[in-house]
Design a protein around this ligand. Structure first.
Ligand SMILES: Nc1ncnc2c1ncn2[C@@H]1O[C@H](COP(=O)(O)OP(=O)(O)OP(=O)(O)O)[C@@H](O)[C@H]1O
Ligand SMILES: [Mg+2]
Length: 318
């Protein structure tokens, strides 16, 4: 049986299984962090487009919307066209994180009612014009009667057949829980990013959601472990990423550190990955986006020795 307590002598070192992703230099607070964008090349897009990816978790507040915004904008910065759908109907906030709240005039509800065209409901980001936001409904409104997986699938199909061409990525920001909103959000998806934090409540929900996704035929499920604190892992107060990976048995897309910049960027409506210079969490999101494009994953491996140069990426691989 897997233990939830990390082994005291075990430490983790980065591993990049892909030839295409090079490890970053270990991070220290003095060194400048380098962005994958400095490699001056585009990641190789694997799989059929559009890639329809649902970002889900089960437990609320673990970072789904933060992941959608930052991974979405990273994909746009790599040069891919992206539509991010906020499927969190009652508590929509992707528009806030993106700083686009004042520009959402129409939503999918108006499109379905015939009050506007789909392209009128799409909000183009001014910073990255290949990134668009689509909200299902106005804030605080209830899930419209009859709106479910079929309706969202219709929206996704309509996005695919747009005149300007199908987007490369359709990201669906899923609501918390496993009720109707969750079922609606996962229905059109072909793959999933499961966001979890290193605590047992989040992991139990993640495990339940993994089962539900698999029942729905979504086999490509990768996880993002968010709000990780290496100091707590070292002090054995937080589960290690390897333990989490063993518990859930999922491929690892990214490990995001706990970072107060995330909260600052949320409040400013300016996603972290746009920060200059990028912060540690911003970099981790960028790298997760890179792996998503290439259908790649990372692994946390055990090493007996203390890494010579400490830092977040020297633990997890960046
Ligand atoms: N890596 C991080 N470091 C620090 N704060 C974080 C991090 N990731 C997310 N947060 C904060 O956690 C809060 C919840 O994040 P977010 O809204 O993305 O979660 P969610 O899973 O979408 O929530 P919900 O289930 O309500 O939709 C936000 O205040 C966000 O700024
Ligand atoms: Mg959310």
């Amino acid at each position: 049986m897997l233990s939830l307590i990390p082994s005291p002598t075990i430490q983790f070192k980065p591993l990049f299984p892909s030839k295409t992703i090079k490890p970053l230099k270990p991070f220290s607070s003095k060194s400048s962090i380098q962005s994958v964008l400095q490699w001056n090349r585009k990641p190789e897009l694997a799989g059929e487009t559009p890639r329809v990816v649902v970002i889900t978790s089960g437990k609320g507040g673990v970072g789904k919307t933060t992941t959608t915004a930052n991974v979405g904008l990273s994909l746009a910065r790599f040069g891919f066209s992206v539509v991010a759908i906020d499927a969190d109907v009652g508590l929509r906030n992707l528009d806030l994180l993106l700083g686009l709240e004042n520009r959402v005039n129409y939503t999918v509800v108006e499109v379905l009612n015939g009050d506007c065209r789909l392209d009128q409901a799409l909000v183009r980001d001014k910073r990255w014009s290949n990134f668009e936001l689509l909200c299902i409904s106005k804030p605080r409104s209830k899930l419209p009667l009859g709106f479910g997986g079929k309706a969202l699938t219709w929206v996704v199909e309509a996005l695919k057949s747009r005149q300007e061409g199908s987007p490369d990525f359709i990201l669906i920001d899923c609501p918390a829980g496993i009720d109707a909103g969750f079922i609606t959000a996962i229905t059109p998806a072909n793959e999933a990013v499961l966001v979890t934090t290193p605590d047992i409540t989040s992991l139990r929900d993640a495990d339940r959601v993994t089962g539900l996704l698999e029942c729905d035929g979504i086999r490509d499920i990768k996880m993002v472990v968010n709000r990780v604190r290496t100091d707590m892992i070292k002090g054995e107060d937080m589960m290690s990423v390897l333990d989490i990976q063993e518990m859930l048995g999922l491929a690892l897309l990214g490990v995001i550190p706990e970072d107060s910049e995330v909260i600052r960027s949320t409040n400013r409506g300016y996603p972290l990955v746009l920060n200059k210079p990028p912060t540690l969490a911003g970099l981790a999101f960028e790298q997760a986006a890179w792996r998503l494009v290439e259908q790649d994953s990372m692994k946390a491996v055990m090493v007996e020795e203390e890494p010579k140069r400490r830092g977040f990426f020297s633990f997890f691989g960046g």
